[in-house]
Design a binder for this molecule. Structure first.
Ligand code: GLN
Length: 495
């Protein structure tokens, strides 16, 4: 068997049982990266030698009888906007050229404490702004199921790396769908935890009231395991919630007998592709067969979600990105005439068109005279959307919808029209605005052989229920076991 076919928990168990060493497994992942990443472009940097050294050290510790953490010796990848001490954190932006992270993000620190090995950093849309990984300054990432198509975004590198068996799991970040949508488009599982569940310390901020770090992997059990490792209170993030997620993996097998699954008609409306709708409806039927009760629910403010998100997220981004001025981080324009010239030219040269568009939009909606009309109004609608969920969760325990309105689209298909690109988030941003946990799991394939994702959402901090429902569905199906075809060798380029 090809070791790269092992899921994260299988790899961890195999290492504990002596079936495979960390060195063998890590070398197999690196070999896979070397073979396929020149085609897919999932990584922006691979830490080959250091990863192998860490693997040898993990094997040595195990041989010496040291207990080791839950992920002892297992390699994982991390998105390019999450800091790892001494490594670059580039957010796939030119403006962070040369920036080296001075410390570990809490999520990275906790991965290391559990024994995981950081294999490298994955590609993303610039500053996580996008749905296709095409706004990256580091080139595009391709979808392992069809290299002429996008992997989704903004965590497209993480999702592609996991789908292509380059690594068993990766961290992504989700502000409006950036874990769930690429997971869906690449045929893997992705979890956006409740806002506050995972510390944002060491995550480069995009929209602070929405950003969450979360795992992408090839099984729900892996997501549970990773959330147990990275989740929990952190005094260094003032929005971090109290308590720690515990017993998630242990509770997975309790089944979904009697669980109420809510289906909101608003998420199956025009714009959702027929094949996607059919797959998601069939998966809801499957959950009913497994003993769940299916009920209709309403989320009436859904039509305002995209507009609300693109006001709130851009407003926060315009403030967060003001720090990139050529003084403290990364790129600095050469020979500035004076300070304003330094600011202007650094930002003009260092930021890509989508990021500039967001900063302009955000600055506009916050400016005097428009603040009340746009920003304040968007905050009010956000409250209404949160209330919609509270009401819906009075009638059900999880809500099932498509993760994305279509399967993976062609490279370049939506880059000319930002609004069309923004509409790819139509199914994911409601959970982001409401701050609730949401997961995407594979639930079918289109006739063209592209994966489709089922999104499940739950009440705040009820990741246990969410993971249990997703696991029950996953175990009753075999979509997650399908493997994308091996690519034809690349014509040059790559890491
Ligand atoms: N695609 C959405 C955006 O462009 C969401 C991005 C994200 O979740 N980081 O803003």
């Amino acid at each position: 068997m090809d070791p790269t076919d092992l899921t994260l928990h299988e790899a961890a168990e195999a290492m504990r049982g002596g079936g495979i060493s960390s060195r063998e497994y890590t070398a197999a992942c690196l070999e896979r990266v070397r073979r396929v990443d020149p085609v897919f472009g999932a990584f922006v940097e691979v830490y080959g030698e250091e990863a192998l050294e860490a693997a040898v050290a993990a094997d040595r510790r195990r041989a010496a009888g040291e207990p080791g953490g839950a992920l002892a010796g297992v390699p994982v990848a991390v998105k390019d906007n999450i800091c790892a001490a001494g490594r670059r954190a580039g957010c796939a932006s030119k403006i962070l050229d040369g920036f080296v992270a001075p410390y570990d993000a809490t999520a990275v620190e906790r991965l290391r404490a559990a024994g995981a090995i950081i294999l490298g950093r994955t590609n993303m849309d610039e500053f996580a702004m996008g749905s296709s990984t095409e706004t990256s300054s580091r080139g595009v990432t391709r979808n392992p199921w069809d290299p002429e198509r996008v992997p989704g975004g903004s965590s497209g590198g993480s999702a592609a790396a996991v789908a292509a068996r380059e690594v068993p799991a990766a961290l992504g970040t989700d502000t409006g769908g950036s874990i769930r949508q690429p997971a869906a488009l690449c045929g893997v599982a992705g979890l956006k935890p409740t806002y506050g569940r995972v510390s944002r310390f060491g995550l480069v901020a995009f929209a602070s009231s929405l950003d969450q770090i979360g795992p992408i992997a090839r099984s729900v059990r892996d997501l549970a395991l990773l959330l147990e490792v990275i989740g929990g209170h952190d005094g260094r993030d003032s929005t971090s919630a109290e308590g720690s997620p515990r017993g998630l993996a242990g509770g997975l097998d309790r089944g979904i007998e009697g669980l109420r699954v809510g289906v909101p008609e608003e998420f199956f409306a025009a714009g959702v592709d027929g094949e996607v709708r059919a797959s998601v409806e069939a998966s809801v039927g499957r959950m009913r067969d497994l003993g769940a009760a299916v009920v209709g629910v309403r989320l009436p403010h859904t039509p305002y979600a995209v507009a609300t998100y693109y006001i709130v997220a851009t407003a926060e981004a315009s403030s967060n990105l003001a720090r990139y001025d050529g003084v403290q981080y990364g790129l600095r324009a050469a020979d500035p005439r004076d300070l304003p010239d330094l600011y202007e030219r650094t930002r003009a040269e260092g930021l890509g068109p989508e990021v500039k568009r967001r900063i302009m939009l955000g600055t506009y909606v916050l400016s005097a005279g428009y603040h009340d009309a746009y920003y304040l109004k968007a905050l009010k609608v956000r409250t209404l959307m949160r209330r919609d969920f509270e009401e819906a969760f009075g009638r059900c325990d999880v809500i099932a919808t498509p993760t994305a309105p279509t399967a993976a689209f062609a490279l370049g298909e939506k880059t000319a029209d930002p609004l069309t690109m923004y509409l790819s988030d139509i199914c994911t941003i409601s959970a982001s605005l409401a701050g609730i946990p949401a997961i995407s799991v594979p639930c079918g394939f289109t006739a063209a052989g592209l994966p489709v994702g089922l999104q499940l959402m739950a009440r705040p901090f009820e990741e246990g229920t969410l993971l249990r429902a997703a696991h029950a569905y996953e175990q009753a199906t075999d979509w997650h076991r399908r493997r994308p075809p091996d690519p034809a060798p690349a014509r040059g380029g790559g890491v």
